[in-house]
Design a protein around this ligand. Sequence first.
Ligand code: NAD
Length: 275
Amino acid sequence: MTVPTVQLNDGNTIPQLGFGVFLVEPVEAERIVSEALETGYRHIDTAAIYRNEEGVGRAIAASGIPRDELFVTTKLYNSDQGTQSAYDAMQLSLEKLGLERVNLYLIHWPSPAQDRYVESWRALEQLRKRGQTVSIGVSNFMVPHLERLLAETDTVPAVNQIELHPYHQQPEVTAFGAEHGIATEAWGPLGQGKYPLLELPEITAIADAHGKSAAQVVLRWHLQQGHIVFPKSNRRERMVENFDLFDFELSADEQASITAMERAGRVGGDPFEVK
Ligand code: NAD
């Protein structure tokens, strides 16, 4: 089974489906990521603040999978924003991951109260030139933050990783991304289990019609919207389920009925407020 890729604005590609490791305990990370790699995932989304980069790195090393078949993302945390601090944070992440370079390095949050995201972005531009990351992007950036990067720096982010699920689709920032060639990565694609998305009749009816699970329907909706997704699960059977998305397709009406569920229902932090 081949996962489709999304073309990025810098000429690189990213597997559209990956595996996220937010809230994966450091002691469990090696086992869980090893299981994900055995399942077939080749794109792993971690972050310095998840404290599990070492486990991710050990799983990658133990897998024997050639490095060029893997896509690894990590993120610069808010407290490391700046120039030298970003260089140091990147170096530390690479050491923990046991890698010479990541495929994608993201500014985790704009943290507007610090007002250092433009400076940090210039540091990421340098990190890419040095070869420590192949692509650079941002996370949790809203339109004003993106507008500032576009006005004040030379590089358009390859991706913007934002909270995105049927109750919170962020139409304004995804439209801005589409207009400027910034790919959208959807974090919390299943709503982080914080509302009963997988029990809603609009979703379960579609799942029954296709003989698939509610989670598979929601993830399939994301793929057909063009989002890049990396659902997280500690359980192997759910890893398998979340990877099994390519033998069915939602109709235009089914797709539209899920899109119509939008209600500005954020479940995570507010990007304008997170420090
Ligand atoms: P998610 O929407 O992927 O939900 C994960 C939860 O859904 C799991 O803990 C599990 O309880 C449940 N689940 C998973 N598969 C299921 C299935 N098949 N059936 C039923 N329940 C299932 O939320 P997430 O992990 O927060 O988001 C995915 C990834 O996005 C993260 O692991 C992380 O890599 C990234 N992320 C990034 C940010 C950011 O600020 N950039 C924030 C949060 C998450």
